[in-house]
Structures are given as C-alpha cells and as structure tokens.
Design a protein around this ligand. Structure first.
Ligand SMILES: C[S@@+](CC[C@H](N)C(=O)[O-])C[C@H]1O[C@@H](n2cnc3c(N)ncnc32)[C@H](O)[C@@H]1O
Length: 263
C-alpha cells in the first residue's frame, strides 16, 4: 500500500474545500489532503492555511495563472506517467460554479480515474454565520441558488426577475460586479424592505457580513468596495419570525414519536 489511506490511489480527486475556514473541510477532504502526492489549487479561492495538513514533500501547484488545458495536462501526466495521487481543490462545493464539467469530460476521455468529494458551499456557510434557517415553515420553503449574467450568460428562462417572482430564499453567487442590475431585477418582485445579507469572504480573516434592506443592496456593496467573493442571501427568513416546523410539534406524530393528542 502506497499510503496510509486505503482508498487513495493513483487518480484525480476533485475536492470541495469549503468556503475558507479550514475547519469546514470534510473529514474525507482532510484525509485526502494529508496523503496526496500532488495538490492543485487556486490561491485566490482557497486559503493557503488549508494546505497545512499536506505532506511536507507534496507537490503543491497553484493554478490561478494556468489554462484548463495546462491544468488537465499536469493532472493526467502525474497520474498516467508518475502513478501519483492528485487532489484538485475547488472552493465551496464543486457542483456549483466550479467548471468541473469540462474537467470531468476531459479526464473521462483520457481514461483517468477520478472521484468528486463534496464540500460546504458558500450559501450553507452564510446561513450558519447568520444563524438562520433558509426554509421557515409558513414563510418560505424553497431555496434558489443562482447568479446574474456576466461573462457567463444565464439562460433566458432562468432570468433573475423571473426567479425573484417566487420570493424564495435566493442565494446569489458571482454577482457583485453587476449589483445594480441584480437589485433592480429583484425589486420587481421582492419588497424594498426584504432583508439581504451581503456576505464577503466568509470564513476568511477579512470576512464581512452586512444585512440591509433590498433597496440598499447596491449602495452597501459599493460602500464596502465589494467586487469579488461575495454572496447575497435575499430572504424573508432573515426577518425575525415565530414560525415553527411540524416535525417537533407536540401535535405532530411520526414513525418515531406519537403526538400528544394520540397518546
Ligand atoms: C467560482 S464561484 C464558486 C462557488 C463555490 N463552488 C461554492 O460552492 O461556494 C465563486 C462565488 O461563490 C461565492 N463564494 C465562494 N466562497 C465564498 C465565501 N467564502 N464567501 C462569500 N462568497 C463566497 C461568491 O459568490 C463567489 O463569487
């Protein structure tokens, strides 16, 4: 066995690193990082602190200045020619805005074994920091994860104003540069007083969180000079609420507990 981890092998591991706080890595991510031969990461999105668990002799490769083709060529060579284990770190959860689709496609085409390890996404870190539930009974039961069009176009049938019509808990990624436009579209359906949590670099030492009414979302973003790594949570769940779930209600029975009235 090459490593102290039974399941690590010569393969690529696409690993979610969480939003920034190293304590929010999954146990599996931490175990893989501790034994991997090679670790690739973008320093603008993943804090270096996370690499403290890596082996002293691990090859650490920064990817911020590399194209997808260069990154893929590196990963394929390390696995195919050198029979090494490769961890490719992505911020948050790799299933969201991480451009892993094209990596998966090219790794499959090259016949390179790979696995995807989930991570905590920014929207989950935000809800935890804000100490809120994004689904409040009687108020909101749906979460929308989306972004506004930038260099990547959002399909017309996912237009932000249309999504706003649901008045769900809406988590807006990758949108700080287009915040006026986002605010205008959201105001088509949410009231001006709807609270918005503006969350900058959650889990990093310079983290900032501001909660403002929707009609101040753009002004506040400019005031704080936020253009990158900002998540907006627009949600009635940010209002003080008295709603409670049926699950723990004394009148509600389920498989493991009978209701007070049926006892
Ligand atoms: C390229 S996307 C990656 C998203 C990531 N896969 C996730 O699940 O959180 C980067 C965007 O995610 C959000 N984001 C990621 N990490 C964040 C953090 N620590 N604090 C606030 N927003 C974050 C921001 O909207 C940022 O512009």
């Amino acid at each position: 066995m090459r490593n102290n981890l039974d399941y690590i092998k010569s393969a690529v591991y696409i690993v979610g690193a969480g939003p920034g706080d190293p304590d929010l890595l999954t146990v599996k991510a931490q175990k893989l990082l501790a034994v991997a031969d090679v670790v690739l990461f973008a320093d603008s999105l993943v804090p270096e602190q996370i690499l403290q668990v890596c082996r002293q002799d691990a090859e650490i490769i920064q990817t911020a200045d590399k194209t997808l083709e260069e990154i893929l060529a590196l990963m394929i060579e390390r696995v195919r020619q050198e029979h090494k284990s490769v961890v490719r770190l992505h911020s948050g959860d790799p299933s969201l805005y991480s451009a892993i689709g094209e990596q998966i496609h090219l790794l499959s085409e090259a016949n390179i074994p790979f696995e995807v390890i989930p991570g905590i996404s920014a929207f989950q870190a935000a809800a935890a920091k804000l100490k809120i539930e994004l689904t409040v009974p009687g108020l909101v039961q749906t979460i929308i994860l989306t972004r506004i069009s930038g260099r990547t176009e959002v399909p017309a049938n996912e237009e932000l104003a249309d999504l706003a019509a649901h008045q769900a808990s809406l988590c807006l990624y990758l949108s700080a540069r287009h915040v006026e436009n986002a605010q205008a579209k959201l105001l088509e359906h949410y009231s001006a007083e709807t609270p918005v949590a503006i969350c900058f670099r959650l889990g990093w030492p310079d983290e900032k969180i501001r909660v403002v009414p929707l009609n101040q979302m753009a002004d506040c973003t400019h005031e704080e000079k936020l253009i990158r790594t900002t998540l907006y949570v627009i949600s009635p769940a940010l209002l003080p609420t008295t709603g409670r779930s049926r699950l723990y209600h004394p009148e509600h029975n389920h498989l493991f507990r009978s209701s007070v009235s049926s006892q």
